[in-house]
Design a protein around this ligand. Structure first.
Ligand SMILES: NC(=O)c1ccc[n+]([C@@H]2O[C@H](COP(=O)([O-])OP(=O)(O)OC[C@H]3O[C@@H](n4cnc5c(N)ncnc54)[C@H](O)[C@@H]3O)[C@@H](O)[C@H]2O)c1
Length: 434
């Protein structure tokens, strides 16, 4: 393929050289004449292991060249955008380089019957991508398709990361593009499956990945600070944590859904933060967990109250399904808030047998939601009858809900993530974050 690539920085130099190595004719474009000259001399504009040798080979073989402006009118089958997207002073994304490149492509490329695919590898928020996608759609005579293609390479291991990426992610509106075949042309040495999603999802997935990496590092370092207080070896502690591939290093707890609760997570996070704070170590991230979790509960309450319901049914009230433990249950907090706002609450939770409650669970019931004794119903149809809102808090109650349906006028707020078939069957379903 003939490929034009904008931006010969850390990402662009590697991408240009690796695409040339894969057999494509690559023209790098950069407004910085020094970088252009370096490439044409067969030298690397950035310091990255093995990149200088690779660039030299590709230039010698005539597969890689560089120019300052694309005066050729983007005489290419594909364009890669790899320009910078730095932060502005206030932290906002500065997407001016991307916008400038898109304008340049429009100005340079004339009407064509040959299809063009524009892959944007620069990290941008959805607004920028949606704008660029719209620009290419509005200029349909360019015959161009816009694809968000986030980059996951790391400096220092960029060549091997490019060759074996952790993820092949594409975001596009046009589902007819054969991204599978294109991906094989760009990454011949990987057999990873591709993720072909919407523009917005691809954009946010890239940001979510980087935020997750930042969260992992900060978490490990906050645990490190706590280890220093007690003289524990943080590396050993984190090795133990990582040895658990069931609950720790796994997909567990990584599905958006109900805020956390129960008798352990809130109390143990609080204890750790309290201990560290008294020892003058301020674990800001750990400290923010409870605050963020509470905020999610509150925003769910506001969302329900905004519908001005007179009656709300809870399908599940304990902190998770399969237990009668009410302690720290976000569902109890939501029910409490609604009751205090004068909403009639009805509850169906087959695990709750209040007559059998003893000890701390009974004490929690009395302090948080003594009304539960009168609101608890022992069958689902009765609980949902007359309720404008049904809150599905426990997934194991879905079959019963499916069987009995809901009133036509009631909205189901789905906290557990039910599938499309169930949504079709149940009618008016609102997902929590989906
Ligand atoms: N550096 C990384 O490790 C990394 C990893 C993954 C993703 N990313 C993302 O990739 C993008 C590029 O990052 P980078 O570190 O390579 O940036 P960089 O600043 O090193 O390089 C950007 C290049 O674009 C050039 N440029 C600016 N405007 C131009 C224009 N109008 N035409 C042609 N060239 C132009 C600049 O001169 C510069 O050489 C960013 O969005 C970044 O967030 C970076």
């Amino acid at each position: 393929m003939r490929i034009a690539l904008y931006g010969l920085g850390y990402v662009g130099s590697v991408t240009a050289a690796m695409l040339a190595k894969a057999g494509h004719a690559v023209t790098g474009i950069d407004i910085n004449p020094v970088k252009v000259d370096l490439i044409n001399k067969g030298e690397s504009p950035v310091n990255e292991p093995y990149l200088a040798e690779l660039i030299r080979d590709q230039v010698i073989h005539g597969r890689l060249t560089a120019i300052k402006r694309d005066e050729n009118g983007c005489n290419s089958d594909a364009i890669f955008i790899c320009v910078g997207t730095p932060s502005r002073n206030d932290g906002a994304l500065d997407d001016s380089q991307v916008r400038q490149v898109v304008e340049e492509i429009l100005a340079n490329r004339s009407k064509s019957d040959d299809p063009l695919i524009v892959f944007n590898r620069s990290t941008c928020l959805p607004d920028t991508h949606l704008w660029a996608n719209r620009v290419f759609k509005d200029n349909s005579d360019l015959n161009a398709n816009y694809v968000v293609h986030p980059e996951f390479l790391r400096e220092g291991s960029a060549l091997s990361d490019f060759q074996s990426p952790p993820l092949l992610l594409f975001g596009t509106e046009d589902k007819t593009l054969d991204l599978e075949s294109l991906s094989k042309e760009f990454y011949p040495n990987t057999c990873l499956p591709i993720h072909n999603v919407g523009i917005v999802e691809a954009s946010i997935a890239k940001y979510a990945s980087n935020a997750f990496h930042a969260a992992k590092i900060t978490f490990a370092n906050e645990i490190g600070s706590i280890c220093n207080i007690v003289g524990a070896d943080a590396r050993s502690v984190m090795e133990i944590l990582c040895a658990d591939n069931v609950l720790n290093i796994s997909q567990a707890y990584l599905r958006p859904g109900m805020p956390y609760g129960g008798s352990c997570l809130p109390k143990d996070v609080k204890a750790l933060v309290n201990f560290a704070t008294k020892a003058k170590t301020n674990p800001e991230m750990l400290n923010s967990l409870d605050l963020s979790n509470d905020q999610q509960v509150q925003s769910l309450c506001s969302r329900i109250l905004a519908k001005n319901p007179t009656s709300v049914a809870f399908l599940g009230i304990s902190f998770k399904e399969g237990t009668d433990d009410l302690r720290g249950s976000p569902l109890v907090v939501i029910a409490r808030t609604l009751i205090d706002e004068g909403v009639n609450v009805q509850v169906y939770d087959p695990n709750i047998h209040i007559e059998k409650f003893t000890g701390v669970n009974l004490a929690f019931l009395h302090s948080m939601i003594p009304e539960l004794q009168h609101m608890s119903l022992d069958n689902l149809p009765e609980a949902i009858s007359g309720s404008e809102i049904v809150i599905l808090g426990h997934r194991n109650l879905l079959p019963e809900l499916r069987e009995h349906g809901t009133r036509r006028s009631s909205v189901i707020i789905d906290l557990v993530g039910i599938c499309e078939d169930d949504i079709r069957l149940l009618g008016d379903v609102e997902g929590l974050y989906w």
